[in-house]
Design a protein around this ligand. Structure first.
Ligand code: S3P
Length: 449
C-alpha cells in the first residue's frame, strides 16, 4: 500500500552525465496478470522477473486471500499454486489494492462470476477513481455492486452465482476494462465477446492464450473483436516477465535531456501496444536506437540506447498512438520542455482519470518550473524552451502518483535549478529501485525525511 505513510519530499539536482546500464524492473501489467492467471490455473505457475512494487505485492496478497498459494522465492522468483477457474474463495477481510487501478479492476473482473462477495478498498488516490467503467459491464454477467457515490471505492461486489456470457463494446480505450470483462468471461459458460474500437495493451489476450484458454482476436469494421470461450482449464505456465517499457521511459528520457549522457536500457518489451513513446521520441529527433532486436516469450524485445539529444523538436503526437503510450505522457511532457517548439498532445482524456489527473498535475508542476503549458479537456500542449533552457527551481505536488513524481525527478536532471516533489514515496508502487538505479547512472537525488 502507498499513500498511507508520511510524505517524503524528494529533490533532483542537475545530474552528472548519465552513463551506464539501466536494468529496470519487470513489467507491471504482465506482473499483475501473471499472479492473477496463475491463481486460476490448476497447478504451479513459476514467475521470474516479477515486479516487486507495492501495486503488484497488493495483488499477490489479494490472490493469497482468495485461496491461491503465492510464494516468494526471492530475487523476483515467485510461484503461484492456482485454484482453477471458478475456484476462488471468499476472502475474510477487505481487499486493499493500495494505489493500483489495474489490481482492483482485474481482481473485480476475476471474482465477478464466482458466488463470492468481496469488499475492495485502496489509498486516497484509488478511492477517487471511477469504478463504474468496470462494474457496468460486470452487471451484464449478473454481478451486483455497491460502492460510494460516483461508483467509488470502498465497494462490495457480489459475484454472479449463475453468470451469463456477455458481448460488450468497451466505451473508453482501457485495457483494464477490457481485461476485467475477459477475466469475468472465464467463468461464464459460452462465449464472451469484447470489442474495442482502439487497440489497447493486449497482454491479457496473449497471456490467456498462453495459459491455454480458447481466445481469438479479429480486426473488423467494428474494431478489435475478442472472443473467449468460458470455463477452460488453465494450464500453469513458466513466465519470464520482460522489463517494463513504462519504467524504461524514465532513464531513457533522462538521458535525452542531460548533457553528455549515454545510457543502455537492456531487454525492454516493445509490444506495439506499449511502445508508442519510443517512436514519438524518435519523431522528435531523439538519439534513441533499438539494438539487438529479438523475440522473448512471444514478445518483441530490444536494448534501448539513449544519448543526450540537444536537437529535439516539438511535434504533434498522433492521437491514434495515445493508447500505446498512455502512461508515458507525463515524462514526454518533460522531454517536450527541453525540445524546441511546441509539442501538442491530443486524444488524451484518459489521462484525467489515472492515479492523478495527469494533465493537471503535470501542467501545475511544469509551470512551477518555468514551462508554458496550455490545456483542454482532451489535449494539452507544452512549449519547449530548448536544451539547457528549462529554469527549474520549482516544487511540485506528486498527488500520490508515481509517474508524476518520477517525471519531475527526471526534469531536475536537466534543468538549471533543482526540482522538488512534495512526496517521493509513491515511486515505490511501480519502480522501487528508481533512486539507486538513477543514482548509479549519475543522477543526484536527495530525500528529506
Ligand atoms: C493497464 C492499463 C492502463 C494503464 C495502466 C496499466 C493495464 O490503464 O494506464 O497503468 O495493465 O491494463 P487503463 O486501462 O485505465 O487505460
Amino acid at each position: 500500500m502507498s499513500g498511507h505513510g508520511t510524505p517524503i519530499p524528494m529533490t533532483s539536482h542537475r545530474a552528472d552525465p548519465l552513463t551506464g546500464i539501466a536494468e529496470v524492473p519487470g513489467d507491471k501489467s504482465i506482473s499483475h496478470r501473471s499472479l492473477i492467471l496463475g491463481a486460476l490455473a490448476v497447478g504451479e505457475t513459476k514467475i521470474s522477473g516479477l515486479l516487486e512494487g507495492e501495486d503488484v505485492l497488493d495483488t499477490a496478497k489479494a490472490m493469497q486471500a482468495m485461496g491461491a498459494e503465492v510464494i516468494n522465492h526471492g530475487g523476483g522468483n515467485w510461484s503461484v499454486h492456482g485454484v482453477g477457474v471458478g475456484g476462488l474463495a471468499e476472502p475474510d477481510q477487505v481487499i486493499d489494492c493500495g494505489n493500483s487501478g489495474t489490481g482492483v479492476r482485474l481482481i473485480m473482473g476475476v471474482m465477478a462470476t464466482s458466488p463470492i462477495t468481496v469488499t475492495f478498498t485502496g489509498d486516497a488516490s484509488l478511492n477517487k477513481r471511477p469504478m463504474a467503467r468496470v462494474t457496468d459491464p460486470l452487471a451484464l454477467f449478473g454481478t451486483q455492486s455497491v460502492g460510494r457515490s460516483g461508483g467509488r471505492l470502498p465497494m462490495t461486489i457480489v459475484g454472479a452465482a449463475e453468470p451469463t456470457p456477455v458481448r460488450y463494446t468497451v466505451p473508453v480505450p482501457s485495457a483494464q476494462v477490457k481485461s476485467a470483462v475477459l477475466l469475468a468471461g472465464l467463468n461464464a459458460p459460452g462465449q464472451t465477446v469484447v470489442i474495442e474500437k482502439e487497440a489497447t495493451r493486449d497482454h491479457s489476450e496473449r497471456m490467456l492464450a498462453g495459459f491455454g484458454a480458447e481466445i481469438t482476436v479479429e480486426d473488423t469494421d467494428e474494431g478489435r473483436v475478442i472472443t473467449l470461450t468460458g470455463q477452460p482449464e488453465l494450464k500453469p505456465q513458466v513466465i519470464a516477465v520482460p522489463r517494463d517499457p513504462s519504467s524504461a521511459a524514465f532513464p531513457v528520457c533522462a538521458a535525452l535531456i542531460t548533457p553528455g549522457s549515454d545510457v543502455l536500457v537492456p531487454g525492454i518489451g516493445l509490444n506495439p501496444t506499449r511502445a508508442g513513446l519510443f517512436y514519438t521520441l524518435q519523431d522528435m529527433g531523439a538519439d534513441l536506437t533499438f539494438e539487438n532486436m529479438r523475440e522473448e516469450g512471444g514478445e518483441p524485445v530490444a536494448d534501448l540506447r539513449a544519448r543526450y539529444s540537444p536537437n529535439m523538436k516539438g511535434i504533434d503526437v498522433p492521437p491514434e498512438r495515445a493508447a500505446s503510450m498512455i502512461d508515458e505522457y507525463p515524462v514526454l511532457s518533460v522531454v517536450a520542455s527541453f525540445a524546441t517548439g511546441k509539442t501538442m498532445m491530443t486524444g488524451v482524456k484518459e489521462l484525467r482519470v489515472k492515479e492523478s489527473d495527469r494533465i493537471d498535475a503535470m501542467a501545475r508542476g511544469l509551470r512551477a518550473n518555468g514551462v508554458m503549458v496550455e490545456e483542454g479537456d482532451d489535449w494539452w500542449a507544452v512549449t519547449g524552451l530548448g536544451p539547457e533552457g528549462v529554469p527549474g527551481g520549482g516544487t511540485c505536488e506528486s498527488f500520490l502518483d508515481h509517474r508524476i513524481a518520477m517525471s519531475f525527478m527526471v526534469m531536475g536532471m536537466g534543468a538549471q535549478k533543482p526540482v522538488t516533489v512534495d512526496d517521493g514515496t509513491p515511486i515505490a508502487t511501480s519502480f522501487p529501485i528508481f533512486t539507486p538505479l538513477m543514482t548509479t547512472l549519475g543522477a543526484r537525488l536527495e530525500t528529506t525525511a
